[in-house]
Design a protein around this ligand. Structure first.
Ligand code: KG4
Ligand code: ZN
Length: 344
């Protein structure tokens, strides 16, 4: 089954063709990051406009790269939630128009479910159940993936997402948006124990995260130093910050694994590209005898290939649920939603 997938939840306009949920036949990403960099973050109105300009060209390119026309496509998958509402609406409306005009089923797909599915593209043997840490610019979740379309959230951030915290700390140290990748690079040259930063716990919720206190600690440290005319070694501060975030993420994930008996752990989302997180989890999983799956760097950030994978499993689930009835998929009433729990 060939799925044409469309993603426009934030600042990447992307389209891809994926076969049977597992094989990427094409993947095109038009990033707007250079423009948003000028403002130090994503400007939602600009993002929507750029999506509208790019989406039909990106989709045509994805079909061309796959050597296909719409006639070869069996269904259209689209990210409909969560994300920037104006950005999501561009993808959703484009996909609705395409599905209606070409007479193809339309499969609404949850962005975080798709981040998890990025792993199915890279690891043919990976199947649920497993325990997943999803860390992106907008979310930090520990999720039990019971099946391809059944999820149970064990923990989530109470305030900032891990990626947001990386970006704000990096920005305060003078790095361009999005700063996570720059901070990661600089952290490799610094001492992770040079600064002691807060390690917040959420009382009574052993798997939840809270990153805003850590972010504030970094900002205060930088402001205080500036006021006193002292210089901060940003390599050491980056390394200490990254060490602390990774320690918090891994601590909660490993606690959840021990408590639930999970032995297969999966990372997903933009922050799963972080070298400190990947190295620490590899070490921990080896020590505990767990299997670890991480997406290749090319599939950690936003892309449409992961949407094509998840859409395949959403379609299969919809067909399975309605074996004696017509398949219930989205129609023209489909809307975008800025927020939506991963459980559905
Ligand atoms: O999943 P994603 O591409 O978009 C959302 O769905 O939010 O995640 C983007 C986030 C940004 O905050 C970015 O700085 C962060 O992922 N990120 C990283 C790294 N690469 C991307 N954070 C830390 N280390 C990295 N190497
Ligand atoms: Zn994302």
């Amino acid at each position: 089954m060939n799925i044409l997938a469309i993603e426009s939840s934030c600042d990447e306009t992307a389209a891809a063709v994926v076969a049977d949920g597992r094989r990427v036949l094409s993947s095109i990403i038009a990033s707007q990051v250079e423009e948003h960099k000028l403002y130090g973050g994503v400007v939602p109105e600009i993002a929507s406009r750029r999506h509208a300009e790019a989406i039909s060209g990106v989709t045509a390119q994805a079909l061309e790269q796959a050597g296909m026309t719409l006639a070869d496509i069996d269904a259209i998958g689209v990210t409909h939630a969560p994300g920037l509402i104006g950005a999501l609406l561009v993808g959703v409306n484009f996909a609705k128009g395409l599905a209606m005009s070409a007479g193809k089923p339309l499969i609404p797909t949850h962005h975080l479910r798709s981040h998890i599915a990025a792993n199915y593209l890279a690891h043919p043997e990976l199947k649920p159940p497993f325990l997943c840490l999803i860390v992106s610019g907008g979310h930090s979740h520990i999720v039990q993936v019971e099946d391809y379309t059944r999820f149970r959230v064990l923990g989530r951030t109470r305030d900032d997402a891990a990626g947001e915290c990386f970006d704000k700390a990096a920005r305060a140290m003078g790095m361009p948006y999005p700063g996570g990748i720059h901070l990661d690079k600089l952290a490799r040259t610094g001492d992770p124990h040079a600064y002691t930063l807060p390690h917040p716990h959420v009382d009574g919720s052993p798997y939840d995260f809270s990153f805003s206190g850590l972010k504030t600690a970094v900002l205060n440290l930088l402001h205080n130093a500036a006021q006193k005319g002292e210089t901060i070694d940003t390599a050491n501060l980056s390394a200490s910050f990254q060490y602390t975030v990774v320690d918090i993420l891994c601590g909660n994930l490993l606690r959840a694994a021990a408590d639930t008996g999970a032995t297969t752990l999966v990372l997903a989302g933009g922050v799963s590209a972080n070298s400190g997180l990947r190295e620490r989890m590899e070490r921990e999983c080896k020590a505990h005898g767990y299997s670890l799956y991480v997406p290749p760097l090319s599939l950690c950030g936003d892309n449409a290939a992961m949407v094509g994978s998840q859409a395949f499993y959403e379609y299969a689930a919809a067909c399975g649920q309605a074996a004696d009835k017509p398949v219930r998929l989205a129609g023209l009433e489909l809307n975008a939603c800025a927020t939506m729990p991963i459980e559905g």
